[in-house]
Ligand binder design. Sequence first.
Ligand code: C2E
Ligand code: MG
Ligand code: MG
Length: 255
Amino acid sequence: HKMERDLRAALHNGELSLYYQPQYNLARDQIAGFEALLRWHHPEEGLISPAEFIPLAEETGLIAPIGEWTLRQACADAAQWPKGIKVAVNLSAAQFRFGNVRQAVISALGTSRLMPHDLELEVTESVLLEERAEVAETLNRLHDIGVRIALDDFGTGYSTLSYLQKFPFDKIKIDRSFVRDLESNQGTRAIVRAVLGLAAGLDMKVVAEGIENKQDLAYLMSEGCREGQGFLFSRARPQAEILKMLTSEKRCDVA
Ligand code: C2E
Ligand code: MG
Ligand code: MG
């Protein structure tokens, strides 16, 4: 109960912030975009991980105002980056229940003047299990205006492959649990290869997340994975550092 009270206050007291983790175009060795990741700087407890407070926000409905704030902040920050560098924002299933996702996205784009195709929404398989018609309708409408849709944590939930055709995905994110096991598990390598083949056949991009070492990177690249994200490249960092990173990145020649 204390945490719920604190979280409610956090939004108003400016204790939430967004950190950004780069997603690289592996072949070109260039930043393609950043994923926005929430951080809570609790006045007494210190930094609290989203893995801890997002579930609470989802239970209490606080995810709606927090999600709206996140969209607004992420779009405003990304509007300061060079055009063509995308920002990926996580949406949780509960946001579709408690809030108006379409309205929140359109409003965040309008205020920030970010181009819709520079915004990517990351949804997990749990989102697809929601009341289907409404979620699909929202994602389709947003996709129609140019917003990109990515499937997060692919292969870890309960969804079926047919979802890949029923929703307008531009990108599949290979979950870090697969990337972690690449070296030790031949089965995992087979799954990753299959996902890359599936995405190619469906004309979707793939980003592998949680890349921590060079061997995994080399394997993923040899199998044709074009984008990657993980501690090997960078952890998530605040906007001020991202702006420096973008100005110092020499080969950042996005069209
Ligand atoms: P996610 O969307 O799958 O985000 C990836 C998580 O993996 C992030 O954790 C990131 O810091 C971490 N990560 C990235 N690279 C590596 C790596 O190389 N190794 C390891 N071990 N971890 C890596 P984080 O920031 O703690 O976020 C955890 C989860 O919380 C996210 O998983 C996402 O589901 C949720 N989340 C974060 N921000 C938001 C948000 O704004 N809205 C919603 N609804 N959920 C969010
Ligand atoms: Mg994500
Ligand atoms: Mg993920």
